[in-house]
Ligand binder design. Structure first.
Ligand code: ADP
Ligand code: ADP
Length: 226
C-alpha cells in the first residue's frame, strides 16, 4: 500500500525563484500518475521534493500517513528510476539485480524469490547468468529496472526515463512500463513533457504550468493545449 499527499507544497530556490507554488496533490495506491507540462514548469522539482533530493520550502509531504519532510531519501521507501542506468559489468544479471538487497542484508531466500519474480515479469529469466556485455540495449534497461523492482519500494519515481531512447525502443518500453505497472500493482509518479507518453501511460494526468497545477484528470477527460 502506498499513498502520498502533497499539501500546499512550495519550492523557492536559493536565488529566489519560485519553481513550485502551492501544489496540492493526493496520489492513491496503484496510480500511474503523470506530471506533464512544458519545460521549466516545475515537474522535476516536484518529483525531487517527493524523493527527498530537494528540500521542501513550505508545505507538507505525507507518505502513508507519515509526515516525511525531514526524512532522508533512503528512508522514504521510494525508488527513483533514472534515465542513465548503470550495471556492474563484472556481475551477472542475477548478481546485478540482487546487489542492492545483498547490501541491505536481505536473507538469501528472499533475494532469490524477488529476483526470480522480477526476472519473470521482465522476461529476462533466461538471461540471469549472463554478463551485461552479452545483452542488448533493451535487455540491459530491463535489468536496470529489475534491480529497482526487487527493492519493492512504496512508489516508483520516474523523470523522463525514456527520453534517451530511440523511437522504436521508446514505444516498446511504454508497453512494458504499462505491463509492469499492472503486474506489480505499483504506484508510479512519472514526469514527462511528452503528451503521447502521458496519454498512453497515465491513469491520471496532472498538468503543470508555471509552478502550479493547472488541471488534473483521467486521460480521456483531459484537454491539452496544442
Ligand atoms: P521541469 O522539470 O518542468 O522542466 P524544473 O522543475 O526542472 O522544471 O525547473 C523549474 C524551474 O526552476 C525552471 O525555471 C528552472 O530553471 C528552475 N530551477 C531548477 N533548478 C534550479 C536551481 N537549483 N536553482 C534555481 N532555479 C532552478
Ligand atoms: P555469494 O558470493 O555470496 O554466493 P552471489 O551473488 O554469487 O553471492 O550469489 C548469491 C546467491 O544467489 C548464491 O546462493 C547463488 O547460488 C545464487 N545465484 C547466483 N546466480 C544465480 C542464478 N543465475 N540462478 C540461481 N541462483 C543464483
Amino acid at each position: 500500500m502506498a499513498s502520498l499527499s502533497l499539501v500546499n507544497v512550495c519550492k523557492t530556490y536559493k536565488n529566489g525563484f519560485e519553481a513550485v507554488k502551492d501544489v496540492n496533490l493526493d496520489i492513491r495506491d496503484k496510480e500511474f500518475l503523470i506530471l506533464v507540462g512544458p519545460s521549466g514548469c516545475g515537474k522535476s522539482t516536484t518529483l525531487r521534493m517527493i524523493a527527498g533530493l530537494e528540500d521542501i520550502s513550505s508545505g507538507q509531504l505525507w507518505i502513508d500517513g507519515q509526515l516525511v519532510n525531514m526524512l532522508e531519501p533512503k528512508n522514504r521507501d521510494l525508488s527513483m528510476v533514472f534515465q542513465n542506468y548503470a550495471l556492474y559489468p563484472h556481475m551477472t544479471v542475477y548478481q546485478n539485480m540482487a546487489f542492492g538487497l545483498k547490501v541491505r542484508k536481505t536473507p538469501k531466500e528472499e533475494i532469490d524469490r524477488r529476483v526470480r519474480q522480477a526476472a519473470k515479469i521482465l522476461d529476462i529469466a533466461h538471461l540471469l547468468d549472463r554478463k551485461p556485455h552479452a545483452l542488448s540495449g533493451g535487455q540491459k534497461q530491463r535489468v536496470a529496472i529489475g534491480s529497482v523492482i526487487v527493492r519493492e519500494p512504496k512508489a516508483y519515481l520516474m523523470d523522463e526515463p525514456l527520453s534517451n531512447l530511440d523511437a522504436k525502443l521508446r514505444s516498446q518500453m511504454r508497453v512494458e512500463l504499462s505491463k509492469l505497472h499492472r503486474e506489480l500493482g505499483a504506484t508510479v509518479i512519472y514526469v514527462t513533457h511528452d503528451q503521447v507518453e502521458a496519454m498512453t501511460l497515465g491513469t491520471r494526468i496532472v498538468v503543470m504550468r508555471s509552478g502550479k497545477i493547472q488541471q488534473a484528470a483521467a486521460p480521456g477527460d483531459l484537454y491539452l493545449n496544442p
